[in-house]
Write a protein that binds this ligand. Structure first.
Ligand SMILES: [Zn+2]
Length: 312
């Protein structure tokens, strides 16, 4: 009467597709990174194991703490140290950007300062011959000036800015580029979008801080502050935008450079712990053995083999 018994495929664990190692796991025998390796069922004791494709050593899937309490404390110390280094790197990056931004604004204002100084001293000589510069008379003169007319008289904005400032920025863009490379390597968990967002955050904070220098220029009392109040902000923002492009380039170049250095300087068996430089970008670490037909991405979905796998 009853239907012939059908094997309960879905609940029979021996027919389930094998799992794979999804995190960094180093072979205890040779140090090879077992990420992406198939987890097998060992027939004798019916335990899950991973077999090292390099040396054949067998590893259990459970991880037992191999180190004592002091090693754990040392690990905590290293983590705290890492956070402090990252904060210092952030402060250093911000400091470099603020410094370069303000310096660009100042150097770009120099020729306008000379123009203003000449015009102001001529005016003052007319008002009270023989007197020298004083802030009150400068403020009186400056309040009568039409900035747009002055810019037009200097031959437009191109005549206002000292091009020297922007020429100086070309070699100096190596500084944000270098910081970008460091960040690209340090933020090893972030993909490209995350890296670009981080670059934008760094630049936003730096730009906000560099705007504090404008406080000095709100009510100009000298040709120097007056020149910077006109030529400073646009040149400062232009410098920040240019350095952002440089930082972004560095952020995207960081990991490829690190991967090249690892390939160049480390023999394959020592590359295991650095596999994250590849896996974060969805790449297969060099020398990793990928079973045929499996996706290149070691952290991708586990392929289902053959027709004996459950369909649901
Ligand atoms: Zn091994």
């Amino acid at each position: 009467m009853s239907a012939p018994p059908t094997p309960d495929v879905a609940n029979d664990r021996s027919t389930l597709p094998p799992g794979r190692v999804l995190g960094d796991r180093l072979c205890t025998s040779c140090g090879y990174n077992l990420i992406g390796q198939t987890i097998q069922r060992e027939p004798h004791y019916d335990l899950f194991i991973i077999r090292c494709p390099e040396c054949g050593a067998v590893a259990a899937t459970q991880e037992y703490p191999l180190v004592g309490r002091w090693a754990f404390r040392l690990g905590m110390l290293c983590a705290a140290l890492w956070i402090m280094i990252m904060v210092a790197l952030w402060a250093g990056t911000t400091g470099a950007f603020v410094g370069l931004g303000i310096a660009t604004g100042e150097i770009a204002s120099q020729s306008l300062q000379n123009t203003l100084w000449t015009a102001y001293t001529a005016w003052q000589e007319q008002q009270t011959p023989g007197s020298s510069y004083n802030p009150t008379s400068f403020q009186a003169w400056w309040s009568e000036q039409d900035v747009d007319a002055m810019v037009a008289a200097s031959g437009g904005w191109r005549g206002v800015f000292d091009l020297e400032a922007f020429i100086m920025l070309i070699p100096l863009s190596l500084v944000p580029l270098g910081f970008g490379v460091l960040w690209g390597i340090a933020l090893f968990r972030q993909r490209r979008t995350g890296l670009l967002v981080w670059g934008a955050i760094v630049m936003a904070v730096s730009t906000a801080i560099s705007c504090l220098s404008y406080l000095d220029w709100i009510a100009p009392t000298s040709p120097w502050t007056a020149a910077r109040s006109v030529a400073g902000p646009p040149s400062q923002f232009a410098a920040m935008a240019y350095m952002t492009l440089s930082l972004w380039t560095g952020l995207l170049l960081g990991r490829p450079i690190a991967r090249g250095l690892v390939r160049l300087f480390l023999p394959p068996r020592l590359r295991g712990p650095l596999a994250i430089l590849w896996t974060t970008d969805g790449r297969t670490p060099p020398g990793m053995i990928c079973p045929r037909g499996w996706p290149r991405d070691p952290l991708g979905p586990t392929p289902v083999s053959g027709g004996d796998a459950p369909s649901k």
